[in-house]
Design a protein around this ligand. Sequence first.
Ligand SMILES: [Zn+2]
Length: 438
Amino acid sequence: MPPNHLSPAATPNGIHRCSILPTYLLRRLALDDDPHVADVAQRTIGFDTPWRERRIVVAERTQRKPRGLVPPDMVRRAKALDAGKRVQVTATLPAAPERSIHDANHSTSLPGQLVRAEGADPADDVAVNEAYDGLGATWSLLWTAYQRDSLDGKGLPLVATVHFDRGYDNAFWDGTQMVFGDGDGVYFDGFTSCIDVIGHELAHGLTQYTAGLTYVAQSGALNESVSDVFGILVKQMHENETAETSDWLIGEGLFTDRVKGVALRSMKAPGTAYDDPVLGRDPQPAHMDDFEDLPHDAEHDNGGVHTNSGIPNRAFYLAASALGGHAWERAGQIWFDTITAKGVPKDIDFAGFAARTVAAASKRYGKGTGVEEPGLRHSRGPARLDVVLPAKEARKDLLRHREHPPDIGGLRGMARQCRAALRQVCRDIHLPVDLRLG
Ligand SMILES: [Zn+2]
């Protein structure tokens, strides 16, 4: 592939470029006393901005042409069998990742020089191997948990470039490949060091090929949140962590010791990840009362997409914790089903997404026991929940399952448990939504 020299005016496909760092953090760094840090941050912003503006995303769905002898519907049904049979399917299908890692040698030419192809021995360069392993871990999550072959479901090769620019303070998915900076070395270490950051960026590719959530306002915050969700799931599967043992931190290890903070974001406790004299305070809200209604322009992070993502992030954490165990199995499956379902509006809001998670749980696990489910009364006024919920049954059910996790095979009980958990989540994040139809 010939080098594709990028100018700030265009991405290879002219659409997506999703960075892990929001501009508001970079702006703070640009004011730093250390001229090296300020210079690096300014260059990063200069490089980012024009692309960010172009990102009022017309995220293209890929063409869905039928391929192969077996009709896609039949393949899908075969893959949707229960977990035990799924393992068999996994073992017999010849899918594998196709990774290539390139070195930009501190230039901005992409993809740069190929330094490690699929199956090749580890390189001498730590960043190369971290990128290779992170891409592999992301591919493994998609394949082993959801039987999806790469981001597009069709084995899309995973391409990454390391050592992009000099001291570049970001990592991003440009619509076709991953790009990693080395960080300024003062506030940020290299961006290949966090497996969840790699998963986050690749998940922007997953969203691009599925729901195509518009990168502005609530759908943009959902786009960001979906990336954090699959980013943390990549890390949890790689470390074999459960909802209970995970730290639920995104970008833990990105900051140097100089920064007062543990990570870029906390899904468990949004708004608590850092509080630093230079970088400021983590601005993420944890519920709708603190939703930031910002202008929908690049100057305001497209309506606060990296800020308001704290709310759906916490929703996922709460759902995964209520359901317990490996978060990629049930909560992750519901979120995966939600973004890969047909007909998701690209500008969907939080309430619409919540309703679709309930619908996805019902579709996957069945309608439950037929017992009347408690509902939430829709409140048009303030963003506070008006609870009809006798919810006694739902709550009792949830509590019982917390103590005695249900048999995975008990799908009907599972449907009820999932729906109850998702309704409770909406109460916890103060999201007014009618989920009775789920
Ligand atoms: Zn992102």
